[in-house]
Design a protein. Structure first.
Length: 364
């Protein structure tokens, strides 16, 4: 196929006295092609070949009419295949399905309904898994529903004691306790959903005791509906892209691996200098500024929870005949968060991470 550019080049070369053979060599086509274009005196027009009729063509009008009569519902291809086969159709199912996809109207996307909450009402919590194996790395993420202010705590496990400790640090960082906290179906929070009917869940005994101590209500997401806690889910992706991937890549260049202590040191800077001061895409405000308004509506942080660590073990599904009470042991132990030692001395990271923080601040 000769393009406009090639056709113009043929015309120019001919005006300069080039032979047909020379022109053909210059533009890279056959001599007869050059001759035909020069004889025609204009660039030829190429017409698309008409679509060859298929075995389904005689039945297309019938199929359109059948689907139109069923609107807004849709007749399955298997049903229509039986109908047109009875009329003499000899083609296959794939051809029919392809045609039905072409004529099926595109439904508008279901609008995303955002559930905004009043200040101090809700916080959403989730775990993010970054690394498994012998040296696992997880992140506890908490996002307030009104301000979108977030807190992140890197840990090496997701046990009940760790979860409680992360909550304490999140409350301290955000300045109070919300009235409700939204979770997915993590086993450290809920052991079984709807065990005694809709909404009658069997919670983890130790965490339920902690929630009562702090004064917040446990709320659970609907199963398989991640959007229910979309505020923290969206932040999880932002944390991975904006913080974790650039930092790990920087350390990898130096032959280092990110550990829990270093991750927590660096994420404090990132939250303060980047995440909580950016303009949030939904609220169009800085989370840190909105947090100042929300803190006035948060509950006061209670004293350290001094529940029995043994109470963090799951309750039995039903009490035994000889023990009808769920009384906890009298022994009281404090929840102790054991900090893991750094994999490398922090001094090794100082120059490297200072440069990385500068790069992140510029990118944001």
């Amino acid at each position: 196929m000769i393009t406009n550019e090639v056709y113009m080049e043929i015309e120019v070369l001919r005006k300069h006295g080039f032979s047909l053979r020379r022109i053909a060599a210059e533009v890279g086509c056959a001599v007869n092609t050059v001759r035909s274009h020069l004889t025609a005196g204009h660039k030829p027009k190429y017409e698309r070949q008409k679509k060859r009729p298929s075995k389904l063509s005689p039945y297309e009008a019938y199929l359109r009419e059948r689907q139109a009569s069923a609107h807004p519902l849709w007749i399955p291809a298997t049903v229509l295949h039986r109908e047109i086969t009875a009329q003499g159709y000899q083609g296959g199912m794939s051809q029919l399905r392809r045609f039905l996809r072409e004529i099926r109207p595109t439904l508008p996307a279901e609008p995303v309904v955002r559930f905004e909450t009043v200040p101090g009402e809700q916080m959403q919590v989730d775990w993010v898994e970054f690394r498994k194996g012998r040296e696992p790395l997880y992140a506890f993420c908490a996002t307030l529903g009104y301000s979108r202010a977030s807190h992140v705590e890197f840990v090496a496990d997701m046990k009940v004691g760790t979860l409680i400790d992360c909550h304490q640090k999140a409350f301290a960082a955000l300045g109070g306790v919300p009235r409700r906290i939204l979770y997915d179906n993590m086993k450290t929070v809920v052991l079984e959903r709807d065990v005694d009917g809709p909404g009658e869940h069997r919670y983890h005994a130790g965490f339920l005791d902690y929630a009562k101590h702090c004064g917040f209500v446990i709320k659970l997401c609907r199963p398989y509906r991640a959007r229910t806690k979309g505020k923290v889910e969206r932040f999880n992706g932002y944390l991975r892209r904006s913080f974790y991937v650039p930092l790990v890549a920087k350390l990898k260049q130096a032959g280092l691996q990110l550990d829990v202590v270093t991750a927590n040191v660096e994420v404090r800077h990132w939250l303060k200098e980047v995440a909580n001061v950016r303009i949030h895409g939904t609220t169009q405000c800085q989370p840190s500024e909105q947090l100042q308004q929300e803190q006035a509506h948060l509950q006061a942080i209670p004293a350290m929870w001094r529940g029995d660590i043994a109470a963090a073990r799951p309750l039995a599904a039903k009490p035994t005949a000889g023990n009808q009470s769920n009384a906890r042991p009298a022994t009281v132990a404090e929840c102790i968060a054991t900090s893991l030692p750094a994999q490398h001395p922090l001094a090794v990271y100082e120059q490297l991470l200072a440069a990385w923080r500068t790069d992140v601040a510029v990118m944001q």
